[in-house]
Ligand binder design. Structure first.
Ligand SMILES: C[S@@+](CC[C@H](N)C(=O)[O-])C[C@H]1O[C@@H](n2cnc3c(N)ncnc32)[C@H](O)[C@@H]1O
Length: 408
């Protein structure tokens, strides 16, 4: 397989557990000079070719055949592409070329699929992807589906909260699996039974149906510019529900609920002993009230830059965090001692407040302890905020592996 947007290698960790082998990977962070993620990736993984370069430049090179970058062939393309970048709309003025907005990394994935033609792909992103943008709910995902359909892929997707399947973090992400028609048997990758039981994702992460009927929900317009202009205009909600499958532009989509009978793992199960927590992770007494304020419910009169008054309101979130449930989602801003509404704070057995350590954040995503050691702690937390729950990827990867093995 080839891994794009590799970060610190969450996809690879999961997929190697499932028996996949990485031949080529890419990770490049545009906003920093030091390439912490790429360095971490290379330190932990010794096999395969790793490249640290803007993926757009690599794709240009493949397209121009200038041999500056050579990417070996692969069966599976994977990646969690940066989530701020899924605004993929094409406007009429961009219609001449196949690519959409410049700098939008989805189009690099599409270029890789077109140039390398792997039989399978497996992508991950925030679940908002199914609902963006607000003016045309679901349009961006519709364009992604239509572009891969054009290349001959059928696709299934599912929004999975890792905690629903026994992982210690409530992390809700959309997982997207594509298979080229050359690998499909008649009747596969379509209909309700694919989503509910037969599909690659349903076999890995069982569900029961919540709503929906037998017929395809809708057919996507194949002209991408028209689709960009018209999809879901005037809709309040996205037509894409939390599970679905697309073949030849036809979309079946249902709301499903997870079916899991295993043991759940909670935040308390992954904590390190209090005696091993460095001092800097304990909250200073003088800051406790700020943390409480930020996490508390509020309704405050504020003034906007134009001088107008408005009420700012938000509800309370637990302070300290519950440890007898899975953790909340780790965000990229989880590191550092500055008080914040979104960082986790727990109460220790001796009654002190503390933040989570880098190793605990790694455990919440299922990475081995000290995977990101060697970079500043704030960056370690950032990497885990960007990464994914390795065990979810491993389960889907295993199911995809057995699907692929039956076709070789
Ligand atoms: C959501 S993160 C993926 C994290 C990864 N799945 C993991 O387990 O760590 C997206 C990654 O894409 C990288 N990235 C952003 N722009 C890029 C570009 N132009 N070329 C290559 N990589 C890029 C970011 O540095 C980031 O690590």
């Amino acid at each position: 397989m080839a891994e794009l947007f590799a970060g610190v290698g969450g996809f690879r960790l999961g997929l190697e557990k499932a028996g996949w082998k990485v031949t080529w990977s890419n990770q490049w962070e545009p906003s920093t000079k030091t390439q912490h993620a790429s360095e971490c990736y290379e330190r932990n993984f010794k096999s395969g070719i790793h490249t640290c370069e803007d993926i757009a430049k690599v794709a240009d090179s493949l397209q121009n055949k200038d041999k500056k970058w050579v990417v070996p062939d692969f069966d599976l393309l994977v990646g969690g592409f940066p989530c701020q970048d899924y605004s993929v709309a094409k406007t009429a003025s961009q219609a001449a070329g196949i690519h959409g907005k410049k700098g939008v990394l989805w189009w690099e994935i599409r270029r890789f699929l077109e140039l390398k033609r792997p039989p399978y792909f497996f992508l991950e992103n925030v679940d908002r992807l199914l609902k963006s943008p607000t003016s045309q709910r679901g349009r961006d995902f519709a364009i992604m589906l239509a572009t891969v359909s054009e290349l001959g892929y059928s696709v299934e997707w599912r929004v999975v909260n890792a905690a629903d399947y026994g992982f210690p973090q409530k992390r809700r992400r959309v997982y997207i699996v594509g298979v080229h028609k050359s690998k499909l048997k008649k009747g596969e990758f379509q209909g309700k039974s694919w989503i509910l039981s037969e599909g690659v994702i349903a076999s890995a992460l069982p569900v029961s149906q919540f709503s929906g009927d037998e017929s395809p929900a809708f057919k996507l317009e194949s002209d991408i510019v028209k689709l960009s202009d018209s999809f879901a205009r005037g809709f309040k909600l996205s037509p894409f529900l939390n599970a679905g499958v697309m073949q030849g532009g036809e979309v079946w989509t249902y709301s499903v609920v997870p079916k899991f009978r295993g043991k759940s793992v909670n935040l308390e199960d992954i904590l390190i002993p209090e005696k091993d927590v460095p001092d800097e992770y304990f909250v200073e007494a003088g800051q406790i009230s700020t943390w409480k304020y930020l996490k508390g419910a509020k309704r405050e009169e504020r003034t906007n830059p134009g001088g107008g008054k408005y009420f700012y309101t938000e509800g309370a979130i637990p302070f300290p965090d519950h440890t007898d449930t899975p953790a909340r989602t780790i965000l990229t801003g989880e590191g550092g001692s500055t008080p914040s509404r979104f960082k986790h704070i727990i109460m220790t057995p001796s009654g002190r407040y503390r933040r989570l350590t880098p190793v605990e954040l790694e455990r919440l995503n299922g990475f081995p302890d000290n995977w990101t050691k060697g970079m500043p702690d704030g960056r370690r937390a950032f990497m885990m905020g960007n990464a994914l729950v390795v065990g979810v990827v491993a389960k889907i990867g295993k199911s995809l592996k057995s699907f692929a093995e039956k076709r070789n």
